[in-house]
Design a protein around this ligand. Sequence first.
Ligand code: GLU
Length: 283
Amino acid sequence: MLTRFAPSPTGELHLGHAYSALLGFDAACAVGGAFRLRIDDIDGSRSREAYVAAALADLAWLGVAWDGEPLRQSERLAAYQAALDDLRARDLVYPCFCTRADIAASLAAPHGSSGALYPGTCRHLDEATREHRLAAEPHCWRLDMEKAADVAGDLPWEEQGKGVRLADPRAHGDVVLARKDAPASYHLASTVDDAAMGVTHIIRGADLIASTDVHRLLQALLGLRTPLYRHHALVCGADGKRLAKRDAAASLAALRDSGVDGRALAADLLGGRLPTGYSLQKA
Ligand code: GLU
């Protein structure tokens, strides 16, 4: 059994991150499994080294110990490129030249697609136009979702203790797999890395359950093993809303600085006892 905690170093960790890391660490300890850290730092413009250091200090303060060196996504770009090349060779991705404004405008058009899904503007560009624009314009790479979902067929995955579900990747439309400003999207990097790390159990917040539709599809397309999943309840503040990185009061660094005992807090969180003003939203 191997699980992981994968913070993005774009802000301070808060009580929700602590809860997630503790559930993973505790689950690994319970069966003599491994617990690894991954630093999801592919977004170079928002990631900060200071947040990496703070996250490691927060975890140590909570009594969470990890196996081996943390894996850094910024050092894994070649693996993401190889996965993208594989999909490209099978014509399952296409370059998209749309700006955010282009997409917003076509969605606002009277007969445009509904919802926030990508309207498919660049899906059927002819080869010559595509080649020409590829050389000249910034672009991201999108999955041709209909084609990919057809190739993959049924996509069962298991929510631990709750049974088998079928992923519905079509609900996400032509998702971005490589961004204009970053070599891989969260979906691609996370799926490739979870497999490369040998993750057997993914324990993460219920806010990420929809992503599992896309991750399960990518596993099928790339021939990767499907782990077991556990999407846990989210920690909410006094307003009943789930915590965000901007909620400074709930930051672990703030609690650490105010003299809170990290290990006692960890035991409380694992026991479902949250500090006053915080609660768990049922998953
Ligand atoms: N870096 C992602 C986040 O912080 C990790 C999500 C995951 O556990 O898959 O939301």
